[in-house]
Design a protein around this ligand. Sequence first.
Ligand code: ATP
Length: 236
Amino acid sequence: MLKLTSIYTSYGHVKALKGINIEVNKGEIVCLIGNNGAGKTTTLLTISGIIKPDSGDIIFEGESLKNLAPHNIVNKGICHVPEGRRIFPRLTVLENLEMGAYQKFKVQSSKFKEKLDAVFSLFPILKERAKQMGGTLSGGEQQMLAIGRALMADPKLLLLDEPSLGLAPIMVSKIFKTIREINEEGVTILLVEQNAKAALRLSHRGYVLENGIIKLHGNGEDLLYNEDVKNAYLGE
Ligand code: ATP
């Protein structure tokens, strides 16, 4: 479904990605783990077109994304839930969800209503809080809203950047459970996580990034029991 080939991305003189190759197959949950500054966020930003790579190619469903603007990449079916949620704090929950859909569907169209119902059934709390300002939600609810907003654009591939960051343990389990449900509904997922153990348990496959290079990759189970991964990322 998605293939990154030899991607180099930099910020001025800082070389963040140094020739990475990543594949995501339709239906999978794939995670990207690694220390701070390894290049995980940069990988997602490069896929969604927010940063353009210096070289290499990104193929999605047989088509290169390299020269497409971010909104056209959304139209192809890739939605990004950014690190730190980035919801609109002064818009209501419903307005935040409308913003997610606006690139794809008219508000009040039947497709919009169908998506809204699906998001509300996944996150009933968002329905209860529909008229409340986004900024008044708890951290976990804001994460649900950020995911819900991305789902409103009906993605084929969802990019999730650190969805569990800063959340209480009970909320972390809820978010991970929901990621599995979204995947079971047919959405392919590329997940960036500091919480490597939970991410590898959830994922079909994983990649370990170190200093802008893919150090290891394999299925989730194998990486969980890999001695190097255990020592470096799982605190064992
Ligand atoms: P974290 O978990 O801390 O977000 P990460 O693995 O997502 O880490 P990136 O944010 O992708 O890492 O950063 C990769 C490298 O690029 C780091 O060396 C970082 O300092 C650098 N970098 C990231 N954003 C910028 C920027 N806007 N300007 C300059 N350098 C940057």
